[in-house]
Design a protein around this ligand. Structure first.
Ligand SMILES: Nc1ncnc2c1ncn2[C@@H]1O[C@H](COP(=O)(O)OP(=O)(O)OP(=O)(O)O)[C@@H](O)[C@H]1O
Ligand SMILES: [Mg+2]
Length: 268
């Protein structure tokens, strides 16, 4: 269910294309990765963005995070147009908007101990003392189920699921209002996927962040989302409450996606 009427993040007429060189002889081809995307995300909600590989999901996530620039369109966050913010002004926004990506090993610097990886955002963005920082880290690690005594270890010394817990703790330390999670469980075993999805949901209740949750896997998105946006070839073809999308899909592409799910997943 849409949980509030307050919009936290708005995508307005977002377009993005990539140009690729074609072969040896120089010709160029243009890929329209996003075509006129309009999307509202409300306070406190988990909005699932689902679509097949290459449909434009990560491109949209990166544009929202301002990791890449759109060709046109605007991103409004907390009533502020962040599309053209300077690096300095964007730094303030970044504390409120965090990201969790697919492969925790590549998003955690392998040469830093986990405790230092966790201290880093608080050192950069707050004026907290080291003691305050470590207290905050201990609290957050407890919430994600990681033992504080293990944080002298390096990222590769943890399992994939544990690494994603650490990644989530790192994102939450700054108490963000908005998270972009791009395929955060895709590299994990199915049994671990459910644990991490449940953790996201538990923490969402505690921290009350809003989240754009990106996945190519409809079952994953169904489990976690209040509403679902279906994206195909750079266009949002359907958007609605999760139950509605599953029980009364209107768009042909959505229907096709749902009918491709194995039968047993319809029972829960
Ligand atoms: N840096 C880039 N340069 C050129 N083309 C790109 C670039 N990034 C993405 N694309 C193209 O843009 C389209 C959308 O890509 P995007 O990564 O957003 O898809 P996606 O939905 O996240 O896919 P996946 O499920 O595989 O992660 C694809 O056709 C992709 O090949
Ligand atoms: Mg992607």
């Amino acid at each position: 269910m849409q949980k509030s009427n307050q919009i936290i993040l708005q995508c307005i007429n977002i377009n993005k294309s990539y140009e690729l060189k074609k072969g040896f002889f120089g010709g160029k081809i243009k890929i329209d990765a996003l075509k006129n995307i309009n999307l509202n995300i409300y306070s406190n909600e988990i909005l699932g963005l689902v679509g097949e590989s290459g449909s434009g999901k990560s491109t949209l996530g990166k544009i929202i995070l301002r990791l890449i620039e759109p060709d046109s369109g605007r991103i409004i966050f907390n009533n502020q147009d962040i599309t053209k913010l300077s690096y300095r002004d964007m730094k303030k926004v970044r504390t409120k908007m965090q990201a969790v990506f697919q492969d925790p090993l590549s998003s955690l610097n392998p040469r830093m101990r986990v405790i230092d990886l966790l201290r880093e955002p608080l050192k950069i963005h707050t004026k907290m003392t080291l003691r305050e920082i470590d207290n905050e880290i201990a609290l957050t690690l407890n919430q994600v189920g990681i033992n504080i005594d293990d944080t002298y270890k390096y990222p590769h010394e943890f399992s994939g699921g544990q690494r994603q817990r650490i990644n989530l703790a790192r994102a939450l330390l700054l108490k963000p209002e908005f998270l972009v999670a791009d395929e955060p469980v895709s590299s994990l075993d199915v049994s671990i996927q459910a644990q991490i999805l449940n953790l996201f949901m538990e923490l969402q209740k505690i921290y009350r962040f809003s989240m754009l949750f990106i996945s190519h896997d409809l079952r994953v998105v169904r489990h976690i989302s209040d509403r679902i946006a279906v994206i195909s070839k750079g266009e949002i073809v359907e958007l609605g409450e999760t139950q509605k999308i599953f029980h009364q899909p209107e768009n042909e592409y959505t229907k096709k996606l749902i009918s491709s799910l194995p039968e047993k997943h319809f029972s829960h």
